[in-house]
Design a protein around this ligand. Structure first.
Ligand SMILES: Cc1cc2nc3c(=O)[nH]c(=O)nc-3n(C[C@H](O)[C@H](O)[C@H](O)COP(=O)(O)OP(=O)(O)OC[C@H]3O[C@@H](n4cnc5c(N)ncnc54)[C@H](O)[C@@H]3O)c2cc1C
Length: 414
């Protein structure tokens, strides 16, 4: 793999950019791999990357039914934070946030990580108490967050109206090293690094059934033929239930469309990320100037990967009291992605009833921020059978009643 550098950019500028190579190879399936990962979203690609980097396992195929990063990884609003309540969540999200800090250097790919700060607004007394509790929990977990007053909120986000008649701002939970990254670049960066290690990323190849023998997976049937493997990792977000059914077990997840929209580009006016959970909306400004606005999930289970008009209205209506300026903006685009929700709003990174089959899902509305931490832990689980990052997130927690309740931290869809 040719490294990207300032020198390379200058050299290519002088020769009409004719020297760039494909970022990842166009692979056709081999008969057998040590590991197959189904799903080339961020979590699947990160898993493959850390299998190679941390465990030297490179005979790996990542199989994708569409194009890589075309699922939720390329459809999310890119908020990165680790201010969760429970210790197990704080550990995996903070691991991920830390890896984001150095991801561009690690992958030699600019993922545009922007630690601009994430603010979770408190607009009811109940919410205020919840965030004060989270701030204390974060202090014990060694995660840097703090409770800030309404005056401080106004200072770091001047376009906000903090005296709204229905939902005045009572303060907020502020994580200064939270922020955003470029979602496509995260997928592309991992894909390029995996390809450089000799892994095959096979796009336009749908897994249609999981092949089993004596309680073990032997491979998968795909639209490009049968591919065998020693271990299988299922990392398909909203389609996890479908893949689990192919493998013969059930998952406690529901699939729903989550929606977002962007406005026309405007001059820089907001240099932080704001989440308003009570009214249910969140907003940041992209590098192009668009206001990126996240809305809610559809109120019914579905696999419809698109936006709907009532969500634009609901979301803008929710935010307009706190951000009056958005009433004057034209909305440019809206879309949806299929997210997989668990009852306790925490992910599943787990062994399955099949010996050599593992599942990584249930990230729901908030898994972009977790991609590197999840990939790190899930690779360790697949390679060694155990990881301190994933131990608490096993499927057995649902039968043992050991939930990791993150309904406050994940209360808004992001
Ligand atoms: C509108 C929206 C906003 C969001 N905002 C945020 C946010 O601000 N911050 C945050 O942290 N998270 C956010 N999320 C959640 C985040 O996007 C997801 O949790 C995360 O991207 C999941 O990544 P993944 O790799 O597991 O799944 P995906 O990126 O969806 O990848 C799964 C892949 O599996 C493939 N696949 C499915 N079935 C098959 C099959 N049979 N064969 C082969 N391949 C298959 C799919 O095509 C897909 O590419 C948001 C999500 C949405 C939809």
């Amino acid at each position: 793999m040719k490294r990207y550098s300032a020198f390379a950019i200058a050299r290519e500028a002088l020769r009409d950019h004719t020297g760039w190579k494909r970022a990842w190879a166009k692979a056709q399936p081999k008969a057998k791999y040590d590991v197959i990962i189904v799903g080339a979203g961020g979590h699947g690609l990160a898993t493959a990357y850390y299998l190679g980097k941390n465990f030297g396992i490179t005979n790996v195929a990542v199989i994708e039914k569409g194009w890589l990063g075309g699922g939720n990884t390329g459809r999310n609003t890119t908020i990165i934070r680790s201010n969760y309540l429970q210790d197990a969540s704080a550990a995996i999200y903070e691991k991920a946030r830390g890896l984001y800090e150095t991801m561009s250097q690690d992958l030699n790919y600019n993922v545009m990580f922007s630690p601009r700060g994430v603010l979770m607004l408190a607009q009811t007394e109940h919410e205020k108490k919840g965030y004060l509790r989270t701030a204390h929990a974060n202090a014990l977990q060694g995660i840097e967050t703090r409770w800030i007053s309404p005056a401080e909120v106004k200072k770091i986000c001047p376009i906000m109206n903090i005296d709204g008649p229905r939902y005045p701002v009572l303060g907020g939970l502020w994580q200064e090293r939270g922020g955003t990254a470029r979602h496509d670049a995260v997928a592309w960066g991992y894909a390029r690094a995996c390809s450089a290690m000799g892994m095959d990323i096979i796009q336009n190849c749908e897994v249609t059934s999981v092949l089993k023998e004596g309680g073990k997976v032997t491979g998968v049937d795909t639209t490009k033929g049968q591919i065998n493997c020693d271990k299988l990792g299922i990392v398909v977000a909203g389609h996890s239930g479908v893949l689990a059914e192919m493998a013969g077990f059930r998952l406690p997840v529901e699939s729903v469309a989550l929606q977002a929209l962007v406005s026309e580009p405007i001059k820089p006016c907001m240099d932080i990320v704001v989440m308003a959970n009570t009214v249910h909306g969140y907003m940041s400004q992209s590098d192009k100037g668009e206001m990126v606005i996240g809305g809610g999930a559809d109120g019914f289970n579905n696999y419809t990967q698109r936006g709907s008009f009532q969500h634009v209205e609901e979301t803008v209506r929710a935010l307009v009291e706190t951000f009056p300026m958005i009433s004057r903006l034209k909305m440019l685009r809206q879309w949806g992605g299929i997210v997989d929700m668990t009852g306790d709003r925490s992910p599943i990174l787990s062994k399955t009833p099949l010996d050599n089959c593992f599942i990584n899902c249930g990230w729901g509305t908030g898994g972009f921020k977790a991609i590197p931490g999840s990939g790190w832990g899930f690779a360790e689980l697949m390679a060694t059978g155990h990881s301190p990052l994933t131990d608490e997130f096993g499927l057995n927690r649902f039968s043992e009643g050991r939930f990791i309740d993150e309904s406050v931290a994940a209360g808004v869809a992001h």
